[in-house]
Design a protein around this ligand. Structure first.
Ligand code: SF4
Length: 491
């Protein structure tokens, strides 16, 4: 499969819109997830105050991230964990590769982790002759297909059952079947053998607790439990922002994340790992390493608007609610992080010059903000990034954004500002617009029949290519008001 890039989002989206199979696979996304989320939310007494609590915990953590990170590191090291700091994805991959090579192995098992996707760890491992085996069923399916995930929580959401069955015939050599139990048992049998062989297990982290040095990883399949407990070495790759100050804070996020993501009250497994095993003969890995990944996060932290991005707990609710994602799916974003959160994180991770179509991949309807369990204002972030595209980087942010505002656009806004700066100018301007609109209408009605204009002449046609334009009313509110007063005086 061809790997799409964020640079060509517009074209990717157009292609996705023409793909009936993709639409079939995405059709149930909104209904299923939104319905289950609503039921799960209702099982909590006060959902809104829980969201507010989560927002406050994240805000406090991000404001003092340096302090909480050091506390986390100190407590994790006291418990026997080896901590490694990685400035960027390349450095993080190098650290993991060195740790794997130290074990002299040619295969590792991996659990689902957005941080390792972000740094393209699988590519780095394969380049050094190490086979990474994805052990989450969805991730394993897309690894078999040679594809990338299309959803943060459900990586193979774009695939239909029939496509998965065909893939198993081609790659695993079983008889074709539509029986999901047979397909999952096949995957389980294959993966169990790999777990038994693996000497190194690589995972992500959902939360790291500063107070105790504990990491929490959530899942439904049990594969993470095995990845982190069967091999001799466990390596966890963790974004700097995953910290929460106190163990009790987990209570809030454990209520919010599964309900927002998959509509579950709780995931089937919650693995809490605090350091190495106490006795050499106990079960569990001999070594635990945590790679703390920056990769642009410090930069996001430096500005109050972009800082919000780091509050994300990767639940995927904003993807499920987004009308753009529901139509085009995840691959169109050309990024590890799709959907609304991807449209704001990806430009900050890899720069705006290669991603400048992404902040426009939104109608700004606000559905993402409404569902976000940590109340991230994604529309505000999108507008912030759009402003950076047109006006250049904001103070303190080193985002590679070319100045792009066209002369014609600046002129139009200056004229608009002038027309609205006084009563006489405003009235004259609306009269002129009323007359002029007749000249630019290609389809639609102006005049006796009110409504919308379906097609305008260029350059205004760029607007009506995507939406109808409202006509300027034949009489303004002021005209109507004056007429009403006259009529009343007459009576
Ligand atoms: S931005 Fe909010 S809704 Fe979207 S994935 Fe992150 S936490 Fe979930």
């Amino acid at each position: 499969m061809q790997h799409l890039t964020a640079e060509t989002f517009d074209q990717n989206a157009r292609d996705a819109l023409r793909d009936p199979v993709l639409h079939g696979a995405l059709r149930n996304l909104a209904d299923n997830f939104a319905g289950r989320r609503k039921v799960a939310m209702a099982s909590v007494d006060d959902w809104e105050s829980l969201r507010e609590q989560a927002r406050l915990v994240k805000e406090e953590t991000l404001l003092h991230l340096d302090r909480y990170l050091l506390q986390f590191v100190e407590n994790a090291e006291d418990a026997g964990v080896k901590i490694h700091w990685a400035r960027d994805g390349k450095e993080a991959c190098r650290i993991v590769l060195d740790l794997v090579n130290n074990q002299d192995v040619k295969m590792v098992v991996k659990s689902k982790s957005m941080a390792t996707e972000e740094i393209h760890l699988n590519d780095a491992l394969e380049a050094e002759g190490i086979e990474p085996i994805e052990t989450d069923l969805g991730e394993w399916i897309i690894q078999l297909a040679g594809e990338t995930p299309s959803h943060i929580v459900v990586p193979a959401i774009h695939k239909t059952k029939a496509q998965i069955a065909d893939l198993f015939v081609e790659k695993v050599g079983i008889e074709k079947t539509g029986n999901v139990d047979v397909l999952t048992k096949t995957a389980r049998d294959i993966l169990r053998r790999r777990f038994a062989e693996a000497q190194v297990g690589i995972s992500g982290v959902n939360f790291g607790v500063a107070e105790t040095g504990t990491i929490l990883i959530l899942e439904n399949e049990g594969n993470i439990r095995m990845t982190t407990s069967l091999p001799k070495t466990h390596i966890a790759v963790m974004g700097l922002e995953k910290i929460v100050p106190k163990f009790a804070d987990l209570d809030v996020f454990l209520k919010l994340l599964p309900r927002s993501g998959t509509g579950q009250r709780l995931t089937a497994y919650q693995s809490l790992i605090t350091g190495e095993k106490l006795n050499k003969d106990d079960e569990g890995p001999d070594e635990i390493h945590i790679v703390l990944l920056d990769n642009g996060r410090s930069r996001m932290l430096s500005h109050p608007v972009t800082r919000q991005s780091l509050a994300c707990i990767r639940c995927g609710a904003c993807l499920n609610a987004c009308p753009v994602y529901q139509q085009v799916g995840g691959h169109a974003y050309g990024s590890v992080y799709p959907g609304p959160i991807g449209a704001v994180i990806t430009p900050q991770l890899i720069g705006l010059s290669k991603t400048k179509q992404l902040p426009y991949a939104s109608s700004l309807c606000g559905a993402c903000r409404e569902v976000c369990p940590v109340k991230i204002d994604i529309p505000e972030l999108l507008l912030h990034l759009r402003a950076e595209i047109t006006d250049g980087p904001a103070d303190g942010i080193d985002i590679d954004a070319p100045r792009q505002r066209k002369f014609s656009e600046s002129l139009a806004f200056r004229m608009y500002g002038f027309a609205w700066s006084g009563k006489a100018k405003y009235e004259l301007g609306t009269k002129a617009a009323r007359l002029m609109q007749k000249l630019v209408v290609r389809q639609g009605k102006v005049g006796k029949v009110s409504g919308f204009i379906a097609k305008l002449a260029p350059p205004l046609g760029a607007w009506t290519a995507w939406r109808d334009a409202p006509i300027v009313a034949q009489r303004s509110f002021r005209d109507e008001w004056r007429m009403t007063l006259k009529t009343n005086d007459g009576n």
